[in-house]
Design a protein around this ligand. Structure first.
Ligand SMILES: O=C(O)CCC(=O)C(=O)O
Length: 311
């Protein structure tokens, strides 16, 4: 078999035709997308957008909320600049999407259980999220969204967050691979990051450990997503350990090394970024040692566990 034959037989590298791409829900056809009450400027045509002129220090009205939910479904990652938020305003924003989540590592900490402090200094042993992951997928019902408000950025630059589009990751797989993964479930184990990476002492009974479909269906858009992540997923149920390891490692490598899947949020002080944990992964880049980056996160509980194809 020569190289040309191999290429001819391979499935297309882009999962959609240009026409299908442009006609999908929420597709970008212009540089700025106008909703009724605000405009957004995309970071890429498929993932991430900056929202223009929405002041989150004030309660939003019904029209703004409808647009916010629409834009969230369209872009998965929304960036709001120049926000001046106290904790109550930050939490009010989170509650537009549901009940606030308590992070499993907050069980032993003083302070507000709904607020996760994200602060890295020259004395930090690690920075939270410095690897590809989706938030807290070890929970039986993982948080559907997180909203991180960064007040302080490193004075010499760096500290961006990368996001990856899990709709597109699924769509870029070949059909036989999609079909195989759709029948599988995987175990997500909180001990991997919280004990393994962060050296935290687990609560009585240990950190949560739960099983979720490898391909999930987004409850709002109905689109399929690849739902395993290197932060939490330990193995795929029912496979030999070596089969599970090599399959997960291949998927993780694809997610980490395919820039087409990614968008990058460059933080400025007083930026809030909201992301959809049901269809994205993210990676906080710790490239700013010994400088300080600091903020707080709220996350929002989903209403139901991730749903598999055919559930
Ligand atoms: O600091 C960041 O940009 C993100 C931190 C993180 O990974 C998280 O909050 O889940």
């Amino acid at each position: 078999m020569n190289a040309a034959t191999t290429t001819d037989e391979a499935p297309p590298t882009h999962p959609r035709s240009a026409a299908a791409h442009r006609s999908r829900p929420g597709a970008v056809t212009e540089r700025t997308t106008q909703y009724e009450t605000f405009a957004v400027t995309p970071l890429t045509p498929h993932l991430g957008a900056e929202v223009d002129r929405l002041d989150l220090s004030q309660p939003l009205d019904d029209g703004q909320l409808a647009d916010l939910h629409r834009a969230f479904a369209d872009w998965s990652v929304l960036v709001f600049r120049d926000q001046h938020l106290d904790r109550e305003a930050h939490k009010r924003f989170g509650r537009y999407f549901g009940t606030l989540h308590t992070h499993p590592m907050n069980y032993s900490r003083d302070g507000d259980p709904e607020i996760l402090v994200v602060r890295t200094t020259a004395n930090s042993a690690y920075t939270a999220g410095d690897g590809w992951h989706t938030d807290v997928t070890c929970d039986a019902i993982p948080p559907m969204a997180s909203a991180l408000y960064i007040r302080e950025t490193p004075e010499c630059g760096g500290g961006d967050t990368l996001y990856a589009d899990m709709y597109l990751a699924y769509e870029m797989l070949s059909e036989p691979m999609q079909q195989m993964l759709e029948g599988l479930t995987a175990i997500h184990d909180g001990a991997i990051p919280y004990v393994g990476s962060y050296k935290s002492t687990p609560p009585e009974g240990g950190y949560p450990r739960n099983e979720h479909p490898v391909v999930a269906v987004h409850p709002v858009t109905g689109r399929k997503v690849l739902y395993v992540n290197s932060g939490f997923t330990s193995h795929i149920r029912g496979l030999q350990p070596w089969e599970s390891r090599s399959l997960l490692d291949s998927l993780y490598r694809m997610i980490a090394t395919t820039p087409r899947l990614h968008c990058r949020v460059e933080w400025r002080p007083n930026t809030l970024t909201l992301w959809d944990n049901r269809c994205t992964q993210h990676h906080a880049v710790w490239d700013y040692y010994p400088y300080t980056r600091s903020g707080e996160r709220v996350s929002v509980l989903d209403e139901a566990p991730p749903r598999g194809v055919g559930d």
